[in-house]
Design a protein around this ligand. Structure first.
Ligand code: PDD
Length: 286
């Protein structure tokens, strides 16, 4: 069934939403994005996603004057018009279309291209990955060095996911200077005893909104967190591992580069944290 999507102020059937061939997002990957999860027809961690969007736009000097209230209204209208209960809303803002391919800033006043659409994900809450856990391979982190900005430049992420799939696994972890940076589209954690270890925030990784929500949950419960980089070898000796993202919540990991973690089943703490995260996300959804 055709969705209603948002394009530059209009709500249109998806077949009618057209973007210029000169759009900077299309020719240069000059665009940022957000994915906000929809649970029970409501938006989770919404303010966090909008704050990160504003930061990404600022860092790239892309001008977009849509207010937080307007973003919320657009998201809500798309969720309602498409009857979405479980899935996400994809949002993208590009530097727009200067009328030709050009490396320089487009003339002042060139409007950004703003696109939003809903995506159903009926198996977000259950499904084989949640039940069995995921298997990851490691690959070198060949991305650019501003991973804190959520740009649409997902070529290496996408190639790495396809490499994982070709190897019969589920996802890829990026490794740089001997340490895991993050997953192809998620933040990574290992568990040793009762301590949860995750890489600290920097320009090396995306500042995950789910990560922030989970860190708050952990702090409120006085759970032990160590924010420090870890290696693949350390992960392979960990009791548990998991990743977080808006579309996967807390996802247990059961294998790293062919080495099975623990008894090969999703870890107890990972499963518990998934439950707590979903419970909190439901409570805070708007
Ligand atoms: N990906 N790291 C990377 C490289 C990501 O692409 C993502 C999100 C995350 C987790 O961020 P958050 O918790 O805010 O979703 C970390 C989204 C879901 C995607 O590309 O579909």
């Amino acid at each position: 069934m055709s969705r209603i999507v948002y394009l530059n102020g209009e709500y249109l059937p998806e077949e009618e939403a057209k973007v210029s061939i000169f759009d900077r997002g299309f020719v240069m990957g000059d665009a940022v994005y957000e994915v906000t999860c929809v649970l029970d027809g409501k938006l989770t961690d919404f303010d966090g996603h909008m704050a990160r969007l504003a930061r990404s736009l600022r860092e790239l000097q892309i001008t977009c004057d849509i207010t937080p209230e307007e973003w919320l209204a657009i998201h809500r209208r798309l969720v309602a018009e498409n009857g979405l209960t479980l899935g996400g809303v994809y949002l993208q803002v590009s530097r727009g279309n200067a009328g030709d391919r050009d490396f320089h800033f487009p003339p002042a006043g060139t409007p950004p291209t703003v696109v939003l659409y809903t995506q159903e994900q009926p198996h977000m809450l259950d499904g084989p990955k949640v039940e069995k856990g995921v298997k990851v391979i490691s690959v070198p982190d060949l991305r650019w060095h501003r991973r804190d900005i959520k740009t649409v430049q997902l070529l290496w992420a996408s190639l790495s996911k396809m490499a994982a799939e070709a190897a019969g696994k589920d996802d890829a972890w990026f490794v740089e200077d001997g340490f895991v940076t993050e997953g192809s589209s998620n933040n990574c954690y290992i568990v040793k005893g009762d301590t949860i270890i995750t890489r600290p925030l920097s320009n090396d990784i995306l500042h995950g909104i789910t990560r922030a929500a989970l860190m708050k949950i952990l702090a409120e419960r006085q759970m032990k967190i160590e924010e420090r980089p870890f290696t693949i070898a350390e992960a392979q000796q960990a009791d548990e591992a998991f990743y977080t993202s808006a579309s996967a919540f807390v996802m247990p990991i059961v294998e790293v580069d062919g080495v099975v973690l623990g008894d090969g089943k999703p870890g107890k703490l990972s499963k518990r944290l998934r439950e707590i995260y979903i419970e909190e996300a439901r409570k805070n959804a708007i």
